[in-house]
Structures are given as structure tokens and as C-alpha cells.
Design a protein around this ligand. Structure first.
Ligand SMILES: Cc1ncc(COP(=O)(O)O)c(C=O)c1O
Ligand code: FES
Length: 421
């Protein structure tokens, strides 16, 4: 017998286009709602067109294969790649694992040193840590306080046995855009493989892998209005980059990633990336105007700090710290906004955001930070609501805060010797 369903919470489906919806979704960098046009494209592949693209002897297989190849073309087109350079994976985590472990293991006879950055996503950092456990050596670069690294920093860290560099295109917490073109050109000049995690970049800025000269680039569908559980890895063919497979089996995807292809997911990613290419320019302009409206509104509040460079940044991200506000109370106070926080109370770890800490932010400012990430379905009313809510809640919390009183009275809080306890 099936388990009774009575304990399953019922969540009403949200129509992001029309409904006044609470909490207002401003966490587009965690994941995006799927675009209804993407969902519509996927449905036939969950129903009548269920074939396995590896089935070569009948219509069902051929139809599925054609759909997979069409989607591969759309993904390749968004980044100016050859479709043969696109390998399907289950998402950015798997693409990062395949790229980093695959390249390190293939080129291990050339050297054992890897360089990455402290503000990378855990899917990169933990993968590099695992390689360290296997005997590789790693350098983790410190970003400047605007979140960016420079090619000079990278050059200073390179050793004769450096085989791989991994630097993300867009940071997931603060939205800053790393100088990937310069970094990639530098690596190519030195014969070092360059991998870039672009999970947060698609649809937010133009990507041309040929002009950029990257060797490996990671993508995922669910940050760009596609389904979760599907991603891709770009593997450069000229010059040819080789990888050790991490998943063994039927030899799918040129032997690099075995496993029956999830056709409905792939079709969804293809459509999401096709739409991103067609609509990107208009969307960037619209979303940037909304983000700037939010930034201007929040800057009416005293003691607000923007985290990360504002010039080299994707249009949909705003990450701010509210000084003299306790992180936990702030999260509780803004329940009507679905946002992300740099405080430890929203995560499984006990540390505040390691990204903000790497930028040199104090624990207090890292704790009291909020990441607003907006997107395709965000409206001006949503933005105005968020501004008013933040003004009122931050004001109320500060009324209760002795630290705020001291700050207002001109007492330098950093000079106080707190009693140890
Ligand atoms: C920069 C970056 N890399 C990797 C990932 C992991 O992506 P996925 O959920 O597709 O495995 C994310 C998503 O949180 C991300 O923001
Ligand atoms: S604000 Fe909750 S743990 Fe820091």
C-alpha cells in the first residue's frame, strides 16, 4: 500500500507572470522558475515521444536522437561552439567534476598543480580538495576586495608543473564577472588547461568560447529558465582537450559520460538556451533597470554596503550588507521576500558566507548580507515592495539595537574592549 499522503504539504502552483505572490521570488541565482515555453516543449518527450536516442532501429529512437541533436545545436549556438563540443551532464556540479577531475587525471603525467580561487562555488572547491586528497597540489587565489582576480595574480601563482586553472565566469553570490578572456589567453600561452564554471552566466552576458579561448566550460539549465538536473560541458576540439571519463558504461557522449540521455531535460535545456539567445539583449536592459532601481532605493538606508564590484557584474544581482543589524533577525524580518542570505543560520555550515569573508568583509557584515537576484518574471512592483519592506524592517531592527544607538552617538564600536565570555 502507498504511504498516506496527508503529511505532504500542498504548495499551490505559482503563475509568476500574473499572480501577486508571496513571498516575492528574488532568488533567481539559486534557481529560476522554468519558462512556460520550455515546459511546453518538454511535455511531448515525457509522453508519446519517449524513445531512447541510442535506439538506432526504429522511429522512436530516431525522433529522440533528432531532438537531442537539435538541443545540442541550441546550446552550442548560445556560446559560439561546435555542437560536437557539447557533452550532456546532470548539471553544473557534474560538469565541474568531469572537467576538473577529468583534465587533472588525463594530464597528470605533465604535472600535478592546479590553481583556482577562494570564491569559487563548492562544486569546484570540493572537487579540487578531492584531487588534493589524491595527491595533486592546489593554490587558492585570494580575490581583491571587489571580488575580482587579476591575470598578474594568476601569473604569480603559476608553477612549471601547473596543469589546470579553474576560474568561474560569474560569481553566484555577488555576481561579479571575472576577466576570463585575459585569463584564458594567458593559460593558452602557457599550455595550461583552462576551465571556467559559467553556470551563472548564460543569458546574463554574451559568451563566445572561440573568442575567449577557454578549453572547458560548465553550464546548467536551471539558472536560465530550464529544468533542474541537466547541464553541459563544453570541451574544446581545436586545440583538442582530453579528459578522463568519470562515469563508465555504455560509452554515450563520445565515451565521456555514459548513461541514457534524459531527452525531456535536454529538450528543455535546448529551448531555454535558444530563448536566452533570442531575448538576451532586451532582457538584460530590462533587468538591469530593475536592479538599479533596487540599488538606488536601498541606498536611501544608512550604513548599507554593496558587496562586489558594480561595474563588472551581471545585471540581475545585488548583494548588500546592512550594518548594525543582526543577521538572524534580518532573515526573520524579511520573510515576505524569497532571498538568500550570507548568514550561517540559512545554511548547513556554521560559517557566514565564505565568499564575503574572502572579500575581507567582517563576520558581522557577512552575517547581515542579503543577495537579491531578480529575473525574467520580476516586476517593478516587486522591486518597490522590496525597497519599502527593507527600509521599514531595517529601521525597526535598528531601533532595538544598542550598537546602532552607540554608532549614532558617535562611539567607535571597534575601540570597545568587550568582556570575554
Ligand atoms: C557557480 C555555480 N556552479 C555550480 C553550481 C551547481 O549547479 P547544479 O545545481 O547544476 O549542479 C551552481 C549552482 O548553485 C553555481 O552557482
Ligand atoms: S546570523 Fe544566524 S548565524 Fe549568523
Amino acid at each position: 500500500m502507498n504511504a498516506p499522503e496527508k503529511n505532504v504539504p500542498k504548495v499551490a502552483p505559482v503563475d509568476f507572470k500574473t499572480a501577486p505572490h508571496f513571498p516575492i521570488y528574488m532568488d533567481y541565482s539559486a534557481t529560476t522558475p522554468i519558462d512556460p515555453r520550455v515546459a511546453d516543449k518538454m511535455i511531448p518527450f515525457l509522453r508519446e515521444q519517449f524513445g531512447n536516442p541510442a535506439s538506432r532501429s526504429h522511429m522512436y529512437g530516431w525522433t529522440a536522437e533528432a531532438a537531442v541533436e537539435e538541443a545540442r545545436g541550441h546550446v552550442a549556438a548560445l556560446i559560439n561552439a561546435d555542437p560536437r563540443e557539447i557533452i550532456w551532464t546532470s548539471g553544473a556540479t557534474e560538469s565541474n567534476n568531469l572537467a576538473i577531475k577529468g583534465a587533472a587525471q588525463f594530464y597528470k603525467t605533465k604535472g600535478k598543480h592546479i590553481i583556482t580561487v577562494k570564491t569559487e562555488h563548492k562544486a569546484v572547491l570540493d572537487t579540487v580538495r578531492e584531487l588534493e586528497r589524491q595527491g595533486f597540489e592546489a593554490t587558492y587565489l585570494d580575490p581583491q576586495d571587489n571580488g575580482l582576480i587579476t591575470v598578474e595574480q594568476l601569473a604569480a601563482a603559476v608553477r612549471p608543473d601547473t596543469i589546470l586553472v579553474s576560474v568561474m565566469l560569474v560569481n553566484n553570490e555577488i555576481g561579479v564577472i571575472q576577466p576570463i578572456g585575459e585569463i584564458a589567453a594567458f593559460c593558452r600561452g602557457k599550455g595550461i588547461i583552462f576551465h571556467c564554471d559559467a553556470a551563472q552566466a548564460t543569458g546574463k552576458l554574451a559568451i563566445d568560447v572561440q573568442a575567449l579561448k577557454v578549453d572547458l566550460m560548465t553550464f546548467t539549465a536551471h539558472k536560465t529558465y530550464g529544468p533542474k538536473g541537466i547541464g553541459a560541458l563544453y570541451v574544446c576540439r581545436k586545440p583538442r582537450v582530453r579528459l578522463e571519463a568519470q562515469m563508465h558504461g555504455g560509452g554515450h557522449e563520445r565515451g565521456l559520460r555514459s548513461g541514457t540521455l534524459p531527452v525531456h531535460q535536454i529538450v528543455g535545456m535546448g529551448e531555454a538556451f535558444r530563448l536566452a539567445k533570442v531575448e538576451m539583449d532586451d532582457e538584460i536592459a530590462r533587468i538591469k533597470a530593475l536592479r538599479d532601481r533596487l540599488a538606488n532605493g536601498l541606498q536611501d538606508i544608512e550604513e548599507v554596503y554593496i558587496n562586489g564590484d558594480m561595474d563588472h557584474r551581471v545585471p540581475h544581482n545585488l548583494n548588500v550588507s546592512f550594518n548594525y543589524v543582526e543577521g538572524e533577525s534580518l532573515i526573520m524580518a524579511v520573510k515576505d521576500l524569497a532571498v538568500s542570505s550570507g548568514s550561517a543560520c540559512t545554511s548547513a555550515s556554521l560559517e557566514p558566507s565564505y565568499v564575503l569573508r574572502a572579500l575581507g568583509r567582517s563576520d558581522e557584515l557577512a552575517h547581515s548580507s542579503i543577495r537579491f537576484t531578480i529575473g525574467r518574471f520580476t516586476t517593478e512592483q516587486d522591486i518597490d515592495f522590496a525597497i519599502e519592506l527593507m527600509k521599514s524592517k531595517v529601521g525597526k531592527l535598528r531601533e532595538l539595537s544598542p550598537l546602532w544607538d552607540m554608532f549614532k552617538e558617535g562611539i567607535d564600536i571597534n575601540s570597545i574592549q568587550w568582556a570575554a565570555h
